[in-house]
Design a protein around this ligand. Structure first.
Ligand code: ZN
Length: 296
């Protein structure tokens, strides 16, 4: 197996429109249950894409992005962190998951992060907002979460009980570092969060180098970080709804709309749980969307 923590070397960083520089931080491994992950999709349809282990789990990664743009450093996602119970870590096959340790191991200082974007408040994305002692892992950062997501975490829906990182959210809020946003918001030029819903009420994706309203297109390349709206390349077929999608009808509609745009505009795609090389592009065919094979 490959190393626990890895980062795209600086010389191989991808640069998107507006000088948005992106590196992938591999912050560890996790093994979601394949039945839950593929949800409504019958096994024979996905079994050719990837293998399961003897416990029916998929080998996935905890991918974060380190983005540099407009003189700021932005970390997208925080992994599982280290506050889970050992039994849960064992069931989910988690190795590593500590975003601050990953950055340090890779020669990056967590105190240099200006923004932390959390796609949604599930354990494998928001679990690393704080450390074992409850201190913020990113002492200078503003943590960007959609208000709908924070509200859902504090809501009383039984399905969500214990699934959202409410305690961590409140620690970030108490430290005065929570930036609750509503709707599409540009953090720095060329880096925007885009609410998608679907997976959770306030899930958000991140657009990189995609010109927002009124801004000229400089002709550079564009990219997207999907969050769990599309966790890996295996879930590009837009109707492949996971059992973890709280709003499946919305998830399919939003995926279709955004994947259509991503294919048409050649967006490079970063997936939060994909174990393979990133980014990749998507193409539309008469039989649906698929990974575009780029010549090496
Ligand atoms: Zn996830």
């Amino acid at each position: 197996m490959a190393q626990l923590y890895e980062i795209t070397p600086a010389r191989r960083a991808r640069v998107f429109a507006g000088e948005v520089k992106v590196r992938v931080v591999r912050a560890g491994w996790f093994r979601p249950d394949a039945g839950g992950f593929f949800g409504v999709v019958p096994r024979p349809l996905w079994t050719g894409l990837t293998e399961t282990d003897e416990r029916g789990r998929l080998l996935c990664r905890l991918n974060l992005l380190l983005v540099e743009a407009g003189g700021k450093r932005i970390l997208i996602e925080t992994g599982t962190g280290v506050r889970m119970r050992d039994k849960d870590r064992e069931i989910k096959g988690i190795e590593g998951g500590d975003p601050a340790a990953a950055l340090r191991a890779l020669g990056e200082d967590p105190a240099m992060i200006d923004f932390v974007v959390v796609s949604h408040l599930h354990y494998d994305h928001a679990g690393g907002m704080v450390d074992a002692a409850g201190r913020l892992n990113f002492p200078r950062a503003r943590y960007v979460v959609q208000r709908d997501e924070a509200d859902a975490a504090h809501g009383d829906e039984l399905r969500l009980a214990g699934l959202m990182e409410v305690e961590q959210l409140d620690l970030v809020r108490a430290a005065g570092q929570l930036a609750e946003v509503q709707g599409e918001v540009e953090l720095v030029e060329g880096v925007s969060v885009l609410p998608t819903g679907g997976h959770t009420r306030g899930s958000q994706a991140v657009l990189l180098g995609v010109p927002t309203d009124g801004r000229a297109d400089d002709g550079g390349e564009r990219a997207v970080f999907w969050g769990d709206l599309i966790p890996t390349r295996w879930q590009i077929p837009v109707r492949w709804t996971s059992a973890f999608d709280d709003y499946p009808i919305q998830a399919v509609e939003v995926r279709n709309e955004l994947v259509t745009r991503a294919a048409a505009e050649g967006w490079w795609c970063y997936f939060t749980h994909d174990p393979g090389e990133l980014p990749i592009q998507i193409e539309a065919t008469e039989r649906g969307f698929r990974v575009r094979e780029n010549e090496a």
